[in-house]
Ligand binder design. Sequence first.
Ligand SMILES: *Cc1c(COP(=O)(O)O)cnc(C)c1O
Length: 361
Amino acid sequence: MAIYELVKPEIRSIAPYVPGKSIAEIAEKYNLESDSIIKLGSNENPLGPSPAAVSALQEAAATVNIYPSADARELVDAISAYVGMPQANIVASGPGMDGLLDGLMRMLMSADSEVVVTTPTFSYYEISATACGAKPVFVKRNENFDVDIDRVIAAVNENTKVVFICSPNNPTGNITAEKELRRLLDSVECLVFVDEAYVEFAGSDIASLVGEYDNLVVGRTFSKAFGLAGLRLGYGIMPAWLKVEYMKAATPFNVSAPAVAAGIAALSDREHLEASQQMVIDGREYLQANLPFKVYGSQANFMLVDVAPNSAKDVCDHLLRRGIIVRDCTSFRDAGDSFIRVTVGTEEQNARIVEGFSTYL
Ligand SMILES: *Cc1c(COP(=O)(O)O)cnc(C)c1O
């Protein structure tokens, strides 16, 4: 037996994750000054973290010799107040919402399990389910990237454990309407995981539906609107029966004490949140009006740009040479090769994006 065969075949079958590019990587490759580069490829908050969260982190540093509470209770209380749902329905998770996905897959998936993934979408659903032995079944979104709920329902069978719906969807920016989600929740017996990573930029959310359905889980993160991507903090809103089981399987102390402190502070800093939301609302309008390609409507902090008949790779190379990092979506399953995802930046950054795309033509 070759030594690498010690690794489960389902892990070996996974294609390596393609992350957004980093500033250091691009500075070196194109011989640019690091501080001239703008990073708009990973949907981070260009305003930075909330100053209140930074202070809380500094303060928490003095006591990191002590374990945090096992269930991050103080943070769960703050999240409960923020989302308007009882503590019994909230779990805090690390690392990030990705940690929540991993925890759920670990407790739900076995060799004959299936999950339904609506493509193109966030790639970690497929990866975490596959790593736990499950088979991902793909249902492609329609030409406007809306989910065809009837096709999703038809793809569910007795082995299906979870349907993943990202809303607003990464990388397309559109939401799935509550009416459609209700139809899905009413029609299937498996769990429906609705990923609301970008909910603070959308006009609606479905957290309260967790009180009505025993098969709905909502995933959230502090990485996007709250500007804490480097801290790796997320949370889930789920039925109480599922939280009880989840807590049995979750990694103990998976949310660090500094993350607990920073999360609470970030939730209390409404000024920073509102400034971040307003920047995105203004930026979306500007990019929609000024980018010289087809731009899809977005309820998130990024825009999907279709550069056809050009290739996304060529346009991204042109932008990178100018110190602008955006996300080539070619690696997203079922996305084709002409889509680019651009994080909404500050006014100044957005002007550079428009100039970068315009000079390609
Ligand atoms: C960024 C992102 C996440 C991951 O969030 P983390 O909390 O940073 O792990 C989850 N889902 C979607 C759709 C995302 O874009």
